[in-house]
Design a protein. Structure first.
Length: 251
């Protein structure tokens, strides 16, 4: 029996989106996981970037139990999360031309690395320019976005293009423009965003693929264990030591 409460409707919507990406993005997920596994096997480093709430999915990949130890957060000051005051400053920074170039030039990214760029709309200058600049540096770029925005909105980058236009691979989250799953007769605006749930799950499916691909090639995936289980800290210390040249959040 269907649960028609707002909570039930939201969870149903989220599950429908998850089923969609499972079925429709399977090939893209496999390709992305293989690309990242290739990067690890070739000695490259892994980075993830997202601005605003898209940063939540990027942060979920970094320094976490069961995750790849080699995933590093590429942070843009003021654009990660809503800790900046006022919070609207973060949104404004996403529209600044030239910011991504400055960030990449001062980052450890180099040719042969891989960068996940997460942007729901993919229309702002920051993610578009970051993808363009990173690929020009010889970095493999995977874009995680809602392709629907490119059809229903206009680009805010001077090129008139979107994030999806400058990636080696694109993962489509399938989130509707506006990122709100529910409406109500007594509420004037749509509400209940699902992009964080869906994008996080999409990326963790990629990480699962990376681990399996590496294992199938006879390469031990550099995974972290929870520090709250016995032996976890010792395990992680060994991983940090072995991959010290590819982990940037530990020092």
């Amino acid at each position: 029996m269907s649960d028609r409460t707002p909570a039930g409707q939201f969870l149903d919507a989220a599950m429908d989106l998850l089923r969609r990406i499972r079925d429709e993005e399977a090939d893209a997920v496999a390709a992305a996981g293989t690309m990242l596994a290739d990067t690890v096997a070739d000695g490259g480093r892994l980075f993830a970037f997202g601005a605003g709430h898209s940063s939540l999915a990027a942060q979920d990949l970094v320094y976490r139990a069961g995750g790849l130890a080699l995933m590093n957060l590429l942070a843009v000051p003021g654009a990660v999360g809503v800790d900046v005051r006022p919070a609207t400053l973060g949104s404004a920074l996403e529209r600044v031309d030239g910011l991504a170039s400055v960030v990449l030039e001062s980052s450890p990214l180099r040719a042969g690395d891989a960068l996940l760029i997460i942007s729901l709309s993919g229309r702002n200058a920051l993610p578009v320019e970051m993808a363009m600049k990173a690929r020009g540096m010889g970095v493999r770029v995977i874009g995680v976005t809602s392709v629907a925005y490119a059809a229903q909105t206009s680009s805010r980058h001077s090129s008139g293009t979107f994030l999806k236009d400058h990636c080696d691979l694109v993962l489509d989250s399938g989130i509707a423009v506006g990122d709100a799953e529910l409406t109500h007769d007594g509420v004037s605006a749509p509400f209940a965003p699902a992009s964080t749930v869906v994008t996080t799950a999409l990326l963790q499916s990629v990480m699962a693929t990376v681990a399996a691909v590496l294992a199938d090639r006879g390469i031990e995936p550099p995974l972290l264990r929870s520090g709250n289980v016995d032996g976890g800290h010792d395990w992680n210390a060994r991983v940090f030591e072995e991959y010290a040249d590819r982990i940037f959040y530990g020092h």
